[in-house]
Design a protein around this ligand. Structure first.
Ligand code: KG4
Ligand code: ZN
Length: 345
């Protein structure tokens, strides 16, 4: 069974094809082709994602990406069995493009469609890697809009352990990067600048780090960075790198500490890290070190599948269909859910 996945929730258009062997139910779905277009360059001029421009660009990109994906897999549209798309959460207009396209394609081909939760896509993205995790595990979901710790016992069995009460980790990276004049998207740029800085140079807050609390708070970091920035001598390149490194260290320390608490509380020995911030090298290095000491295995999606992509959407759809957790339907009167809690699934 060939499942097409379409991602359009924010500033990346992703299309992918995953094959699900329906005869051998234990077999992992296999990625047959994927194509991605990132709108980063277009939004850069505005310092952030412009929703209307994002929607329009998804419309422009999705068809050529579909052709590219099918060519990689050596398939035609007629070979597609199910059309999956990101139903939410995300930007309403951007989601509508993917949903509209998926449903139109499903209707034209007379194939069923399936709406997928974007965060479930991130959560299951490590199953695209050569060394996939096994259930159960603790998941640290760190994207531009979400920071959550979940206990995952099976496909669709997600218990929220903790989440941010204000800014997401990715948002903290992006906002502090913006203050440092690093542009958008800030995470990778801040991480790059941090490489030449001293992470201990500035004392920045690590909120909610006392006790066994699993919720996060990153909003205070902005103010602290802003205050420090105001004191920096103009043109002091090293001080800016130090501030970037100190900011990254604060975010990473909180993410690592809370992941360890979640692992301890659940008694689980596996951690899955997913979402854009999961690409952060410092986070990976610290998690690997801390978890190795405790006999905990950490799984990450491949770097290509850390940030938004179509493969994770096709994979999540395939795993839901495989486990009987969802049914694709010939229902084309689509709707989207810009706000959609994962534990609501
Ligand atoms: O998962 P994602 O692609 O999109 C959402 O669903 O939000 O995550 C994007 C977020 C952005 O905040 C971006 O700055 C951050 O991931 N990010 C990083 C890195 N790469 C992407 N943050 C820190 N270090 C990175 N290397
Ligand atoms: Zn995402």
């Amino acid at each position: 069974m060939l499942i097409l996945g379409i991602e359009s929730s924010c500033d990346e258009t992703g299309v992918a094809l995953v094959e699900l062997n329906t005869a051998g139910s234990a077999q992992r779905p296999v990625l047959r082709g994927h194509a991605l277009f990132s709108q980063i360059e277009m939004h850069q001029a505005y310092g952030g994602v412009v929703p209307e421009l994002a929607s329009r660009d998804h419309i422009r990109r999705v068809m050529p990406l579909l052709r590219d994906t099918l060519a990689q897999a050596g398939c035609t549209q007629a070979d597609i069995d199910v059309v999956a798309f990101t139903r939410g959460p995300g930007l309403a207009g951007a989601l509508l493009v993917g949903a509209g396209f998926a449903c139109a394609l499903g209707l034209a081909l007379d194939r069923p469609v399936l709406g997928v939760h974007h965060l479930e896509g991130h959560l299951l993205s490590p199953f695209l890697s050569a060394d996939p995790p096994e259930f159960p595990f603790v998941a640290l979901l760190v994207s531009g809009g979400h920071t959550q710790l979940m206990e995952v016992t099976a496909v669709g069995e997600y218990t929220l352990l903790g989440e941010t009460i204000d800014d997401a980790a990715g948002e903290a990276f992006d906002k502090t990067a913006k203050m440092l004049g690093l542009g958008y998207p800030g995470g990778p740029a801040l991480a790059r600048l941090a490489e030449s800085g001293n992470p201990k140079a500035y004392k920045l807050p690590r909120p909610l780090l006392r006790g066994e609390e699993l919720d996060f708070s990153f909003a205070g970091l902005k103010t602290a960075v802003w205050t420090q920035l105001g004191r920096l001598p103009e043109g002091d390149v090293q001080a800016r790198a130090d501030l970037a490194a100190s900011t990254q260290a604060a975010i990473v320390e909180v993410l690592v500490a809370k992941s360890l608490i979640a692992l301890k509380q659940t008694g689980l020995k596996r951690l899955v890290v997913a979402g854009g911030v999961g690409a952060n090298r410092q986070l990976r290095a610290d998690l690997n070190q801390q978890c190795a000491r405790r006999g905990i295995r950490v799984h990450y999606p491949e770097l290509d599948f850390c940030t938004d992509n179509g493969a994770m959407i096709a994979m999540a759809a395939a795993m839901r269909l495989q486990t009987g957790r969802a049914e694709a339907r010939r229902e084309y009167d689509f709707n989207v859910r810009p706000r959609w809690p994962l534990d609501d699934l």
